[in-house]
Design a protein around this ligand. Sequence first.
Ligand code: GDP
Length: 361
Amino acid sequence: MAKHKKSVLNTDKGTSEEGVTNVESISKLKSKREKKFDAISLANAILNKSITALSKAITLVESKNKKHFNTANAIIQHCLPHANKSLRIGISGIPGAGKSTFIEAFGKHLLLQNKRIAILTIDPTSTISKGSILGDKTRMQELAKNNNVFIRPSPSGDSLGGVAKKTRETILLCEAAGFDIIIIETVGVGQNETAVHSMVDFFMLLQIVGAGDELQGIKRGIIELADAIVINKADGDNIQKAKLAKTEFSNILHFYPEKESGWQPKVFTCSAINNEEIAPIWKMVQDYVKVTSANNYFHLKRQEQNKYWFLQTLEDKLKANFFNNKHIQKELKNQLQLLEDNKTTAFAAAEFLINLKINSD
Ligand code: GDP
């Protein structure tokens, strides 16, 4: 109290202004406390399986408004000890492969096993349309109606890393809300699979048979990531072609080096629309969990993923911190001009900017 008085006496400002300043700081403190309280009560509601609270928290996590950042972090911190308990399954495939039809059939099968399922859809390719085309709930109509299913599209982001970071945090929140199975659906366009692979336990590639070469357009790296390849639409006139594709994929997979997981990737055919061969696919996923839990790979992979995301986040934050610095923004232009005029080298210019940043901190 005495200290407080002294600081008031030492100021040149008039009494009324001091009053305002004190009122302002008290109200700031109050709002900070309220925010913390809000975060904790929201987190507790999530732990009590409130879907409304879960949706609100995800909106905060996704928000680009800096004001929401601390609240979102506080919620995640509070939920973290209750996360990590689900099985995370990534499902990728080109548009039209039947991902949502498959997830509908697969999800219904999981519901019969008394599972609660969260389905997160990522579509970083939809930046132009500014909305997630995958997010349309009407695509999984029956699941969307079920209380044990939560469907949430990830908004399109400026970068894949940004979208993936938010999806990871959303996974943790869904786990805290007691969902046993988290399905991450993504459009297969190459780099997306790598991001999804780095946040799931099991990665499934959904394929369809076309005319001719079934492996066309599938990059070697993506096949390497897959724990299973599922050839969908194995019905009607397609059955024979699907069987042939299965043999072709199985042969090819044998040429790949053995996986660190000790798991030999499997190939399946199914008809999502007719609900055929869905149960064996779930059985296979359970086998994967058994094998990788027994050899501890399941746990190690999650640890590695955590480290990967920690380093990735650090890199993103350092970059943003550097390029958002106003001295850097100004000097960057000068250095680019000097480079153009052949008055500096790329190395010297980079060194100059880094030193400038260090000195301006
Ligand atoms: P997504 O873009 O990968 O999510 O694909 P959709 O699930 O929206 O399916 C694309 C189209 O393929 C739709 O017209 C579905 O009805 C159809 N489809 C999906 N699964 C099957 C299947 O197992 N057999 C057949 N014949 N058609 C399917």
